[in-house]
Design a protein around this ligand. Structure first.
Ligand code: ATP
Length: 241
């Protein structure tokens, strides 16, 4: 479904942020990308979703293949058309719009009203809290509710794959559990995930396979259950002791 082959990313023609990254995400899988601050996780996501350009970044070598199509350096809107939605770090809801209006924006490519309603109903079934808050101005929702809204907004585009950046960032443990419960449900419905996290425990609870990144390189990879139980990895790469 998604394949990175020896990807290099350069910012401003000088800073080499990714130094030959290769990864593979199979259909229906959840693949996690773990690592500390500045390792290159967000850069990897941006390279995949076509959003590097606004930061003067470019894929300077290698290829990114999404469902058979090369997407390296493709316009972000075209990557979405090819089936990948990027849920960015930092709760980028449209703050002045209501929760439901945010969802409708996410479904702007939906061809007809009946299909739009079907997708909204699906979001509300999975996240009843969003149904309760449908008329709430999204900027006034809590961090966790905004994270759920962003997941809902991604669902509205019915993507083949959701690439999501740090969904647990800044959330209380109970809210992290709720967000991951929703991700698990979506996964059980067949959605493919590429999940970027510093919270390795949360990520490994849902992932099938994981990569660990350090300094722009993959330093380790393996089935999630194996990584979760590897003492060296816990200590050196995942910050768990
Ligand atoms: P974090 O979890 O802190 O976001 P990360 O693993 O996502 O970390 P990146 O944000 O991808 O890491 O950063 C990887 C490297 O690229 C870092 O050395 C960072 O300083 C550099 N970098 C990121 N964005 C830019 C930019 N717009 N211009 C120049 N360098 C950048």
């Amino acid at each position: 479904m998604l394949e990175l082959n020896n990807v290099e990313v350069t910012y401003s023609d000088v800073i080499l942020a990714l130094k030959g990254v290769s990864m593979n995400v199979k259909e229906g899988q959840c693949v996690a990308l773990l690592g500390g601050n500045g390792a290159g996780k967000s850069t990897t996501l941006k390279a995949i979703s076509g959003t590097l350009k606004s930061e003067d970044g470019t894929v300077s070598a290698g290829s990114i293949i999404l469902d058979g199509t090369p997407v390296q350096n493709m316009e972000a809107s075209n990557v979405v058309k090819n089936g990948l939605v990027h849920v960015m770090e930092g709760r980028r809801v449209l703050r002045h719009l209501t929760s439901e209006q945010n969802l409708i924006v996410g479904g702007h490519m939906v061809p007809n009203a009946a299909e739009l309603k079907k997708r909204l109903d699906h979001v509300y079934t999975l996240m009843p809290r969003l149904a309760d808050l449908r008329n709430r101005t999204s900027g006034f929702m809590s961090g966790g509710e905004q994270q759920l809204l962003l997941i809902g907004r991604a669902m509205m585009a019915k993507p083949k794959i959701i690439a999501i950046d740090e969904p647990s960032l800044g959330l209380a443990p109970m809210m992290i559990r709720d967000v991951y419960e929703v991700l698990k449900q979506l996964k059980s419905e067949g959605t493919t995930f590429f999940l970027v996290e510093q919270n390795s425990a949360a990520a490994l609870s849902i992932a099938d396979y994981a990569y660990v990144m350090e300094n722009g390189r993959i330093v380790m990879d393996g089935p999630a259950d194996k990584l979760a139980n590897n003492e060296d990895i816990k200590e050196f790469y995942l910050g768990v002791t």
